[in-house]
Every structure is written in C-alpha cells, then in structure tokens.
Write a protein that binds this ligand. Structure first.
Ligand code: PLP
Length: 370
C-alpha cells in the first residue's frame, strides 16, 4: 500500500500509438511528451510510444529537450516552443530541431548553429489562425523557408501550423476548415519548392477529425496517453487511459448525524454513516474544487467525496452499511474492479479539460509502471 501513486499503463500508451498510426496510414506519428508526458512521466512514455510506432518526439521547452534528447539520441526531436538565446544553445546541444517564424530569430539560430559547428534543423511555423506562435503571412513563411534552405548553418526540416478548434467539432463555425485551407495552400507551395520538407498540422483531435489534416506527420499528445481529445469517453476512439491515481483508506470512522468532515465544516452528515479518510489532497494535485464534488472508488464502488479537499487528506462517505477497513485501496482516477473514473469526468466537474487534470498531478506523487 502506498500513500499516493500514479500508475502508468505503458501497454496502453503503446496501443494508443498503434491506434493513431492505423488512423494515420502513411503519415508519421510524432509523440508529444511535453510537461513530463502530460503528467505521465516523459521518459517511459516516450519509449512506449516509440514501441507503438511513433517515429519522432516533440517537447515544448529547452529543459525538456535536454532531458529527452539525452535519453533518445537517435530519434528526431522537435522543440515546439519559443526560446530565449540561452535556451537556443541548450536545444541545439540536445540535437533537437526548432521552430522559427521570424527573420531575426532565424539569423540568431544560424549564428548559434555556426558557433556550435553543426547545422540546425528548423520547422518554419505558419500561424494559420491560432493567434499564438507562428508567422501569419503565407508569403513570409515561404520566404523564411527559402532563407533557411539557402543558409549553410540551417536545414529546412519542415513547415507547420497548429489548430485552434480541432477539438470542438460541435462549434461548426467553419474555422477549423478555414485554417486547414490556409495551411494547405502554404503546404502546396512549400512542397513544390522543397519536396523533402515535412509539412505538419494535426494534433490528436485533428487526426480523428479530418484526414486532410494528416499531411506528412501528426503531433499527438493527449491521445497517446489515452485521454480523449474531445472530452468524451476515450473508448469511442479506441483509446485506453494510461494513468490511474491511487491511494488507500487510512482510517474509517463512524459519524453520528450532525458530525462534519474537514475545514469549514462544508459537509455535515445527514444521518449516521462511515467516513473514510484518504491521505492525499491538493498538495498532490487533487484540486480543491473537488470539495463535495467528486467520487472515489473503494471496493469497486463509487463513493462521494465529502467535505473540503485539504492539502494532504480527503474524506469520503462510505455509507451507513460500509464494511470497508483501513488499508483498502482508493482510486481517484482510473479503474477498480468493473468500475472506473475517467480524467474526463474529473475535468468536467472542475470546468476544465483532461489535459489539466493529469498535468496537475504534483511531483509529490510518484509515477510508476502499472
Ligand atoms: C501540445 C501540442 C500538440 C499536441 O496536442 P494534443 O492535443 O495533445 O494532441 C501539438 N502541437 C503543438 C504545437 C502543441 O503545442
């Protein structure tokens, strides 16, 4: 029995990649392992993703590039985020490819690559509507691609974009298709001049939403971990959740009617019942917004989380007839017996998305293979 642990099913990560590869056909799968693999542990998940058919990896930051680059030296790696000058040096030393969308940054990169004695492989980013990183002008994107190709210290690896609304098929305002059309024109022009450059656009949602978005490669994060990109049941797309968050019942106490659980007495027993105390809380990333607003599996059954989530404890109502004993397992995310609690369900209660739920599990919780 452990106080709190995130069990990671690496077989699920592998099978989710097999599933994505089947969807992608010829297009390559790039597994996104930023933010410690969406809270699942980047190193192990990257290995499992490569086993499942991913041919490339991507991260967001320089520190992530350093970690993943060291561990997977022969796998192409893309660092997707904006970088300071110092970070550029770290990313280049890690052997990672980089994103470029401004001429000034292209020049800086060329100078730093020259100083390190090895050409930098770059992906020119088109902002087709995300309104974040990338160059919104298609002509500038093409000019940047030419400048990268012509520079002896740079190699043009690809041209890419990112969707703002791929995960919202019900919005149906046509914005996803507009972005796709805009990028398709850029991609066609790039391919005509630079047939070897990879063009890529899709995140997990776009892979399932539209084959036209696949291009040469998809950058998939959330689906790799078996989280549903549309905030529904991952099983609908044949995905298997990889993470479960487990703890145990540290104490069981009998509450008379009127007794309260936790700070502020935010829950008062309406009748006599048994309360289980589970020793994890917001210090572990179990958000305080789940106070009186979550369920926990004990003995394969759902029990309401009652009272306030504290830093180190939560309380659950086991019911008046409960025979649960201290030491039994408690599951906050994942399955137990026939029943399961999805990260998507937790996210809905918190008005957020599954990404934030798993990324939010704190460093206090060890990640271990299931
Ligand atoms: C995080 C990220 C992805 C992966 O998105 P998912 O929705 O998790 O598949 C792809 N591209 C970029 C630019 C990203 O930042």
């Amino acid at each position: 029995m452990e106080r709190a642990i995130a069990r990671i099913d690496l077989g699920a990560v592998r099978s989710n990649c097999v599933r994505l590869k089947a969807e992608l056909g010829e297009a390559e799968l790039c597994a996104v392992v930023k933010a410690d693999g969406y809270g699942h542990g980047a190193d192990r998940c990257a290995s499992a993703a490569l086993d499942g058919g991913a041919g490339r990896l991507a991260v967001a930051t320089a520190a992530e590039a350093e970690q993943i680059g060291r561990r997977f030296q022969h796998i192409p790696l893309l660092t997707m985020g904006a970088l300071t000058t110092d970070e550029v040096d770290v990313v280049l030393a890690a052997g990672s490819e980089l994103a470029v969308w401004r001429e000034g940054f292209r020049e800086l990169l060329a100078a730093r690559a020259r100083a390190q004695g090895r050409p930098a492989r770059v992906h020119v980013k088109h902002d087709s509507g995300m309104g974040r990183l990338g160059n919104p002008d298609p002509d500038r994107v093409l000019e940047l691609a030419r400048a990268c190709d012509a520079d002896p210290h740079l190699e043009l690896a690809g041209v890419w974009t990112h969707f703002a609304t791929a995960d919202e098929p019900d919005a149906d305002d046509g914005f996803f298709e507009q972005q796709l059309d805009r990028f398709e024109r850029v991609a066609t022009a790039v391919k005509a001049e630079f047939p070897a450059a990879m063009v890529h656009a899709a995140n997990s949602a776009a892979v399932f939403r539209d084959r036209r978005a696949h291009f040469d490669m998809a950058r998939c994060g959330v689906a790799v971990y078996g989280l549903d990109p549309f905030q529904r049941d991952p099983a609908e797309h044949g995905l298997v959740p990889a993470l479960s968050l487990r703890s145990y019942v540290a104490d069981v106490k009998r509450f008379p009617a009127g007794a309260s659980a936790g700070y502020g007495r935010k829950w008062v027993a309406p009748e006599e019942t048994s309360i289980g105390v589970i020793p994890l809380g917001y210090g572990d990333g179990v958000r305080r917004g789940l106070s009186n607003n979550a369920e926990v599996l004990v003995r394969g059954r759902h029990h309401p989380l009652v009272g306030t989530v504290s830093m180190d404890n939560v309380t659950v109502d086991l019911g008046p007839e409960s025979e649960v004993e201290p030491g039994e397992e408690a599951v906050l995310i994942g399955s137990q017996g026939e029943d399961a609690i999805l990260a998507e369900e937790v996210a809905a209660r918190l008005n957020t998305i599954n990404y934030e739920v798993t990324c939010g599990i704190s460093a206090r919780v060890p990640r271990r293979p299931a």
